[in-house]
Design a protein around this ligand. Structure first.
Ligand code: PMP
Length: 355
C-alpha cells in the first residue's frame, strides 16, 4: 500500500477471482465458464468490427440493447447493457444503496456483493441461509434495505421459485429487490416478466455463462424505465462507453444465433446431471444445482484435500475458505469427457482415503 491510498480503503478486502493459470494446462472447472466457444458468427462479427476500432462505440448500444430486449420480451427502455454483470452490480450498489439504505444478502452467496458494499461504504447484513442452504424469503420481509438475491444462488446452485420472489416483491413494493440471474439459463425460470408488474424489481443477467462470452465482458440489467434511467445516470457519470465495440458486435451475433447457445446449455445440463449422479454414487452430498456447476461435500474427505489432489492431477476446481462451506468444492460443468476424467480422479481420491 502506498502512502497515498485514501484511508477510506484501509479495511477494504478485494474480491479474489478464481485462478486463471497461464503456466500449465488444466481441465479448468473453477470459474463457471462455458466449455464451448461462442457461435462462429460471433467470432466473425468481431473480425468485421475490428475495422471500426479507431472509433468510439455507440454509447447507447442501440442494436445490442434492442436485440437483448427482444430476447427478454421487454422494451428497449427496460434494458441497460454493461461491462459484465459485475458492472450492473456496481451501478446498482452506487445508485440504490447508501448509509440510510443498506444492502441485504445471504451469508453464502456471490462474494462480490460484500465487496461492493464495503467499497461503497454501504452498510450491509448477511442473512444466514437455512441449514440446507435454501433461502427463506421471510427472513428478508420486514427488514429495511435493498435485497440482492442470486437466483440460482452461487455457490450453492439452488433455485428459488418465481412465486417466492414475487412474494418478496409484493410484501413491500417500496423496497428494491435485485435478482442476479447469472445462471438462469441452466434450468431456472426467469423473473423478467415480473418487471411489468413490479417497479421494485431489477434483474441482472450475463453473457458470461450460457452464451460463452466471459472473456468479452457483457452483462445487462432489466427493469422498469425509471430504474434503468437511474442506472444510466451512474453509467454516464462513470463510463459512458462501458461496452466495447468488439464485444457489442459479438453480443448481437450471439443473440442472432441463440439456438446454438441454448443447445450448449442443454448439453451442460445433461453433463451436470451425470456429474451429480456419479458424485452421489461416490458418497458425496451434492446440492440440487440448477446452474452450470455442482456443489459437493464428502463425509470423510476434506474440501481442501480434494481441491489440492485434483490440482496436482491437472484439474482445477473452486473451494471457499468460508464458514459453513469450507469442506465443499464447487465444480464447473464442462464437456462429458472432462466430467468423466473428473469423476475418475475423484474416485481415486475418495477410495484411497476410505481404504
Ligand atoms: N453474479 C454471479 C452470481 C456470478 O457468479 C458472477 C460470475 N462470477 C457474476 C454475477 C458476474 O459475472 P460477469 O461479470 O462475468 O457477468
Amino acid at each position: 500500500m502506498s502512502a497515498f491510498l485514501s484511508k477510506r480503503f484501509d479495511s477494504l478486502t478485494p474480491y479474489v477471482p478464481g485462478e486463471q493459470p497461464q503456466d500449465k494446462k488444466y481441465i479448468k472447472l473453477n470459474t463457471n465458464e462455458s466449455p464451448f466457444p461462442p457461435p462462429p458468427q460471433a467470432i466473425g462479427a468481431i473480425e468485421n468490427a475490428v475495422e471500426r476500432l479507431a472509433l468510439y462505440p455507440d454509447p447507447e448500444q442501440k442494436a445490442l440493447t434492442q436485440k437483448t430486449a427482444e430476447l427478454c420480451g421487454v422494451s428497449f427502455e427496460n434494458v441497460l447493457m454493461t461491462n459484465g454483470s459485475d458492472e450492473t452490480l456496481d451501478f446498482a450498489f452506487t445508485a440504490f444503496c447508501d448509509t440510510d439504505t443498506p444492502a441485504l444478502f445471504a451469508d453464502i452467496t456471490y462474494g462480490f456483493y460484500k465487496v461492493y458494499a464495503e467499497w461503497k461504504h454501504v452498510p450491509y447484513a448477511e442473512i444466514p441461509l437455512c441449514e440446507d442452504f435454501t433461502l427463506s424469503v421471510d427472513d428478508y420481509i420486514g427488514k429495511k434495505g435493498v435485497v440482492f438475491i442470486a437466483n440460482p444462488n452461487a455457490p450453492t446452485g439452488l433455485l428459488l421459485p418465481v412465486s417466492e420472489i414475487e412474494r418478496l416483491l409484493h410484501a413491500d413494493t417500496s423496497r428494491l429487490v435485485v435478482v442476479d440471474e447469472a445462471y438462469i439459463d441452466f434450468g431456472g425460470e426467469t423473473v423478467v416478466p415480473l418487471i411489468k408488474k413490479y417497479g421494485n424489481l431489477l434483474v441482472i443477467r450475463t453473457f458470461s455463462k450460457s452464451r460463452s462470452m466471459a472473456g468479452a465482458r457483457l452483462g445487462f440489467a432489466v427493469g422498469c424505465k425509471a430504474l434503468i434511467d437511474d442506472l444510466k445516470k451512474i453509467k454516464y457519470s462513470s463510463n459512458p462507453f462501458n461496452v466495447n465495440a468488439l464485444t457489442a458486435a459479438a453480443g448481437i451475433a450471439s443473440l442472432e444465433n441463440d439456438s446454438y447457445n441454448m443447445v450448449n446449455c442443454r448439453t451442460i445440463c445433461e453433463n451436470r446431471e451425470y456429474t451429480i449422479r456419479e458424485l452421489r454414487e461416490s458418497g458425496f452430498y451434492v446440492t440440487d444445482s440448477k446452474t452450470n456447476f455442482v456443489f459437493a461435500v464428502h463425509p470423510n474427505v476434506s474440501g481442501k484435500y480434494i481441491y489440492e489432489k485434483l490440482k496436482e492431477n491437472g484439474i482445477l476446481v473452486r473451494r471457499f475458505n468460508t464458514p459453513r462451506i469450507e469442506d465443499y468444492v464447487r465444480i464447473t460443468v464442462g464437456t462429458k469427457e472432462q466430467m468423466e476424467i473428473l469423476i475418475s480422479e475423484i474416485r481415486k481420491i475418495t477410495e484411497a482415503q476410505n481404504a
